[in-house]
Design a protein. Structure first.
Length: 89
């Protein structure tokens, strides 16, 4: 999988493991890692954010607070919790 695909999986389940298969055999298992920044594929929950009004690539800083993933928008600074994350494109 691409780094972006692995990041999407990590946002949904930070404990996920990706199996690498070659010739019908599992040759490697990789634990996904949460990225420090998330770009492009998560929608900001603020309808007035520039990323929802203009063609601007989304960008978030990732943090874990009280055991939950939080994404803070680079542009409007609105924080999205893990249960409200909307993956786009």
């Amino acid at each position: 999988p691409t780094i972006e695909d692995a990041n999407k999986i990590a946002l949904i389940d930070p404990n996920a493991v990706i199996n690498i298969i070659r010739d019908f055999k599992v040759v490697e298992k990789r634990q996904v890692e949460l990225p420090k920044k998330v770009k492009k594929f998560v929608k900001c929950i603020n309808p007035k954010c520039i990323t929802n009004v203009e063609e601007v690539e989304t960008s978030f800083d990732l943090a874990i607070k009280d055991g939950e993933i939080k994404l803070k928008c680079k542009y409007c600074e609105k924080t999205t919790s893990q249960r409200n994350i909307q993956i786009i494109g």
